[in-house]
Ligand binder design. Structure first.
Ligand SMILES: [Zn+2]
Length: 100
């Protein structure tokens, strides 16, 4: 399932989570736009009780808003590009293939 943010119909500013008014132009009409990629800004390892550590990341999406997602895998590098998807209503980011 794809992840989406809200985009102001007047000035195209994107926000996440949803807001009533656009912080840029005070507009109140929104459209949902899919966001497929983000770039990792920060990564936090959350130690698991049985060695099953989880990784949480702060990512700047291609649409602009910054999101927090569970990172798939165990090797993460800030600046790396990630593919975003919803999995059981949770945002998951998976390392994308390296930039060409
Ligand atoms: Zn706006």
């Amino acid at each position: 399932m794809s992840f989406a943010v809200n985009q102001c119909q007047r000035c195209l500013h994107a926000v996440y989570p949803a807001r009533y008014l656009c912080p840029n132009c005070q507009g109140s009409a929104w459209r949902s736009i899919p966001v497929r990629y983000g770039r990792l800004q920060q990564c936090t390892r959350v130690p698991g009780s049985r060695g099953d550590d989880a990784y949480l990341g702060t990512l700047q999406t291609d649409a602009g808003p910054i999101v927090v997602a569970r990172l798939a895998g165990t090797r993460h590098t800030t600046g790396q590009r990630y593919a975003l998807r919803l999995e059981r209503d949770a945002l998951v980011a998976e390392p994308d293939s390296p930039d060409p």
